[in-house]
Design a protein around this ligand. Structure first.
Ligand code: ADP
Length: 397
């Protein structure tokens, strides 16, 4: 089966055509600046055939059509006819409490996703635009919605309720939802295999640390707690997001600097985290360079970043009354040995022992703890597109 995986943002659209037999991407790419001046990057077998090429893309429908043209291109197309696309899998950010698993998209599902727009105003409307665009251009192809929040719907009430008046849950469904669920699900399953654990009888912690980041406790294959909350702002320090802070800081800055709540939210989402703390950028490689150059703010940011992740691992060990295995994944988790080593150094009391040599390896599925470490620690590269393709295949069959 060939599955087209779509991850649609307000002005961008990422895609991969995945052959579910080989589980490899046949082609992939990215439409950017949709509604502005439009540019397309298209890869076949990992090779860039178009690199940010200007292409008129007044809307998402045109972008989807352009992608389909690339897939059937006479010269370098990977399929002969659009009828070879058996299904489309859409990443949808917020499924609220309505979706605890992936679903086949129909009009009812579209309406229910729209009802979650309030909870993710930047993402869900864009995801819906992608769904509508594909529906128009590929009207007879079944489509599946795969939600970032769905995996976390197994969290118990004590983990998802905030200590605020209950009316806010009743009136607006304010609670912890968690994100990166597709990745946490994919990585926890793979970690169980790698560590030789029965997923139905396992205590796993996944550290998904990229530009955004979240840590999840996975007990017997189910998410029981996660660091992101109502929005992706809560939890660990991230590239540009502050992670958890004292909420009173918002009022404090508002008064001191005569700023609106919207302005402060922009600071917390876009100007904080590693970038804000270091005064450098959100790119971890720049923080690393700052540390090497002896920049004290970069060093402080790196230390706080590591300490923060380690604290969540500690908390989730408590949540599950133990931990069998830990995974590091996403851009920083897969590529930053200093972060893995730093976090593991905090976890010696749990019986975690780092394998110094293995720790240096990056971006590979590999055990980075020693053989006699009580808790097994692995790098498990995430693959959200493949996870979406698998879910889609499972439903469309
Ligand atoms: P997201 O999907 O949240 O945008 P990614 O998972 O792609 O993020 O991760 C991006 C982060 O990974 C960036 O902070 C980047 O600096 C970091 N990263 C990528 N490659 C490396 C590397 N070789 N060494 C250290 N950090 C890296």
């Amino acid at each position: 089966m060939k599955v087209l995986v779509i991850n649609c943002g307000s002005s961008s659209l990422k895609y991969q055509l995945i052959d579910s037999e080989t589980e490899q991407p046949m082609a992939s790419g990215l439409c950017e600046r949709i509604g502005i001046d439009g540019q397309l990057t298209h890869k076949v077998n990992g090779k860039k055939l178009k690199d940010e090429e200007k292409n008129a893309m007044p809307n998402h429908e045109v972008a989807v059509q352009l992608v389909l043209n690339e897939l059937v291109n006479e010269e370098y197309g990977v399929i002969k006819d659009l009828s070879e696309i058996n299904a489309v899998g859409h990443r949808v950010v917020h499924g609220g409490e309505k979706f605890a698993s992936s679903v086949i998209i129909n009009d009812e599902v579209i309406a229910a996703i729209a009802e979650c727009n309030d909870l993710a105003p930047l993402h869900n409307p864009a995801n819906l635009i992608g769904i509508e665009a594909c529906k128009k251009v590929l009207p007879n192809v079944p489509m599946v919605a795969v939600f970032d929040t769905a995996f976390h719907q197994t969290m118990p009430e004590k983990a998802y309720m905030y200590g605020i008046p209950h009316k806010y849950y009743e009136d607006y469904k304010i609670r912890r939802y968690g994100f990166h669920g597709t990745s946490h699900s994919f990585v926890s399953k793979r970690l169980a295999e790698l560590a030789g654990l029965d997923i139905n009888n396992s205590k796993i912690i996944v550290c998904h640390i990229g530009n955004g980041g979240s840590v999840t406790a996975v007990l017997n294959g189910e998410s029981v707690d996660t660091s992101m909350g109502l929005t992706p702002l809560e939890g660990i320090i991230m590239g540009t997001r502050s992670g958890s802070i004292d909420p009173a800081i918002i009022e404090f800055i508002a008064h001191k600097e005569n700023k609106s709540i919207d302005e402060i939210m922009t600071i917390l989402n876009k100007k904080s985290g590693l970038e804000g703390m270091s005064g450098l950028t959100s790119d971890f490689r720049d923080i690393r360079k700052g540390v090497a150059d002896g920049n004290p703010l970069a060093k402080a940011a790196m230390e706080a970043y590591i300490y923060n992740i380690a604290k969540y691992v500690g908390a989730y060990t408590v949540a599950m009354n133990g931990v069998d295995a830990i995974a590091f994944t996403a851009g920083i988790g897969e590529n930053a040995p200093e972060v893995r080593k730093g976090v593991m150094a905090h976890l010696g009391f749990l019986g975690v022992k780092a394998d110094e040599e293995a720790c240096k390896i990056t971006a590979e599925e590999i055990m980075v703890s020693t053989k006699d470490s009580k808790v097994k620690v692995f790098i498990v590269p995430t693959n959200e597109e493949l996870a979406i393709a698998r879910e889609t295949k499972a439903l469309v069959g």
